[in-house]
Each structure stands twice: as structure tokens, then as C-alpha cells.
Design a binder for this molecule. Structure first.
Ligand code: EPU
Length: 336
């Protein structure tokens, strides 16, 4: 089924809680519905496909068509002794899928618990947290283009990098993800090395289980990140920048306590949150746009903020980080 609405409020479709409208909002239930929409010429430029709007900042009304997938299938394609291959529709809420995997005893998604968003967008964005990226469990991604041609991209063809995939590249702008095939392990294989996961697990007696790890991750996230239902936000606003090792060496001499992660011999990743925090932004606000007081990488809507106010705050933050550290930071959030 296809549902279409005119002059439609996007307030409940962006986790920043920005009150803007789309000229048209179109939601579809199946790949066939989407093909019909695309090939009948009902979707003209400008159009935008959204998930749950957890990585978007609307700067104003969207004068065009906003598309949203309601493809809700979860289908077990193949099961071996060690693994399952599961096809999941682009419109499935990501965390519902994580809960489903945990219930079924499938390993791989648990560290990505409680990340807002939907499955289609997870594969575009290569969501990541606590030492895992979604690419680690993706087998392939099914897509459709504006002419209704379907194509499946193998993991390799998706060209995944940190918060990056081929689907973010400009030449792929006419390509819509319809479902994602995940390869999940049936054998316990936990990833407990990141941050305080192992320490937090001590609260649960006995061997770790999928359910306890999910709970620990949810608890850690809830302690650091604001709930979009309570306080508008889009998770990390900026990506963590990668700098040349020579620049890192200059920085670490000046700031010996600076956290960092080696990417390879040439590049080092520096947490943007740490730099923003050192610039004194944590808990500060300009108008209704603010910086979360528990995680400096998260910008918040303190109530009624306009997209442009959040963008202006982001610009100020970017400038002060550059002035202090000579490091350029770039938004993870897409401005529309
Ligand atoms: N830090 C500060 N001040 C702060 C927050 C953090 O100094 O206000 C320091 C921490 O002490 C730590 C470092 O910065 O040394 C990194 O902080 P954290 O571990 O909280 O992670 P992050 O790099 O800020 C990334 C992801 C998050 C993901 C976490 C956990 C990006 C852009 N963000 O954040 O992803 O949940 O790691 O794995 O890579 C998202 O993308 O929306 C997101 C929330």
C-alpha cells in the first residue's frame, strides 16, 4: 500500500524535533509499491528518502517529496550450523531488529543496541558503537534505482568506511536501499573490549549472555546520550576526525592526556567530543540550541530550536575547535 500526505509536518520524523513541513510525504509498504511510485513518475526532484530522521538536521521546510519505507519484513533466508542469513526490510526499526536477534540467540547486533534509526539507513550510514560497525554483520544490501532497476550490492561493493558507504556517494543519489541481508553467528562471540562494557558486566553474575550485554549497552547509552523523546538530538553531531601522525605528535606533546586511536601508521583518530569539551562547550547553549552536558559531541534542541540555530551553534563549535587544535571537524549529521 502507498500512503501520500500533502503539506505534512516532519516534527515526528526527525529526532532533533525541528518543526518543519514537506510539500508531500509518501510512505510505501513493499518493494513493488516503491517500484510503482518510481516508474510512474510520481516522484520528481527534489526528493529525499528518510529513515527515522535520526541523522538529519532540517534547516527549513522541504519543498519536495519525502519518501519513507514501511517495508517491515524479517526473513530467515538460510541457516547453517554456525550462522544465519536474515533479510530485513529497510523500514524495520533498528533496535527492534537487535531485540529480535537477541531473542533468537543470534550474535552480532548486541553492541549496536539502542541506536535510533531504521535498518535501511543503518546500512547507508554504517552505524557503529562499542567496537562494532554494522558492516561487520552485513552480507549484502538490496537497492532499487529511479528507473525501478533492482541491484544487490555485496559487502565489498558497499565500500564501507567509518560512517561511510557507497550509498553516500553523489553518483548513488538515485539509489534507495530496500532491504539488508545480515550474516549473524549462532555461536557466542562477544565484543567486550570497548570502554566500560566488561566492567559494567560485573553487575550481572555468571557468564555474559546476549541479553545482559544488550542491557549493559542500553544502560551505558542511556547514561551518556539524551533520549530523543525527551530532548531532541541526533546522537553524535560530528564525526571523529582523523589527522596525520605528524600533527598528532605535535598535539600530544601539548596535550599528553588527549585520547586517540591509531587508524594505521599514517593516520590517528582523535575524539571530537574531547576537543569540544576542552573548548568549554559542554552544557553551553546559544538560544534554544545546546551542547549536551554529559557528551560534548551531542547537540540538543532545548525546545523549539530552529534548524538554523543548531547549524549556527555547530559552526561556532567547529571554529573554536579549529582555532584551538588546528583540526577540522565535520558533521556526521546531514543538513537538509
Ligand atoms: N569525551 C570527553 N568529553 C565528552 C565526551 C567524551 O572528553 O563530553 C572523551 C571520552 O573520555 C573518550 C572520548 O572522548 O575518551 C570518546 O568518547 P566516547 O567513548 O563517548 O565516544 P565518541 O567518540 O564520542 C563514538 C561514536 C558514538 C558511539 C560511541 C561509543 C562517532 C561520531 N560517535 O562517540 O556514536 O556511540 O563512540 O562507541 O563515532 C553516533 O554516531 O551517533 C554515536 C552516538
Amino acid at each position: 500500500m502507498i500512503r501520500e500526505y500533502n503539506n505534512y509536518s516532519l516534527l515526528l520524523h526527525n529526532t532533533f524535533g525541528i518543526d518543519v513541513k514537506a510539500t508531500r510525504f509518501v510512505e510505501y509498504d513493499t518493494v513493488d509499491d516503491l517500484r510503482e511510485l518510481l516508474t510512474s513518475g510520481r516522484i520528481a526532484d527534489p526528493w529525499l528518502h528518510i529513515g527515522s530522521g535520526s541523522n538529519l538536521l532540517f534547516l527549513g521546510d522541504f519543498n519536495g517529496v519525502v519518501l519513507h519505507s514501511h517495508i517491515h519484513l524479517i526473513e530467515l533466508l538460510e541457516e547453517t550450523t554456525d550462522a544465519v542469513f536474515v533479510r530485513v526490510g529497510s523500514g524495520v526499526v533498528w533496535d527492534d531488529f537487535v531485540a529480535y536477534c537477541v531473542e533468537h540467540g543470534w550474535y552480532g547486533t548486541e553492541n549496536l543496541s539502542w541506536i535510533p534509526g531504521e535498518v535501511g539507513a543503518s546500512a547507508v550510514q554504517n552505524i557503529g558503537a562499542y567496537g562494532v560497525e554494522v558492516k561487520d554483520i552485513i552480507h549484502s544490501v538490496a537497492t532499487i534505482d529511479m528507473n525501478g532497476n533492482e541491484q544487490v550490492y555485496s559487502l565489498q561493493e558497499c565500500r564501507y568506511g567509518y560512517r561511510h558507504s557507497i550509498f553516500k556517494e553523489p553518483e548513488m543519489k538515485n539509489c534507495i536501499v530496500t532491504s539488508v541481508c545480515f550474516e549473524l553467528s549462532k555461536k557466542a562471540c562477544f565484543n567486550l573490549g570497548y570502554g566500560s562494557i566488561a566492567e559494567e558486566l560485573q553487575k550481572y553474575p555468571g557468564e555474559p549472555t546476549l541479553a545482559t550485554i544488550r542491557q549493559v549497552i542500553v544502560d551505558i547509552r542511556k547514561s551518556k546520550l539524551p533520549d530523543p523523546e525527551v530532548m531532541g538530538n541526533a546522537g553524535s553531531f560530528f564525526m571523529n576526525p582523523v589527522v596525520k601522525r605528524t600533527q598528532y605528535e605535535t598535539l600530544i606533546q601539548k596535550y599528553p592526556e588527549m585520547p586517540h586511536y591509531d587508524v594505521n601508521e599514517e593516520w590517528v583518530k582523535i575524539p571530537a567530543a574531547w576537543m569540544i569539551d576542552r573548548c568549554g562547550w559542554k552544557g553551553r547553549a546559544i538560544g534554544a540550541a545546546g551542547v549536551h552536558d554529559k557528551q560534548a559531541l551531542v547537540l540538543i534542541n532545548k525546545g523549539g530550536a530552529k534548524g538554523r540555530e543548531v547549524a549556527a551553534l555547530a559552526q561556532e563549535i567547529k571554529k573554536s575547535v579549529f582555532d584551538k587544535f588546528a583540526v577540522a571537524i565535520f558533521p556526521e549529521v546531514k543538513f537538509v
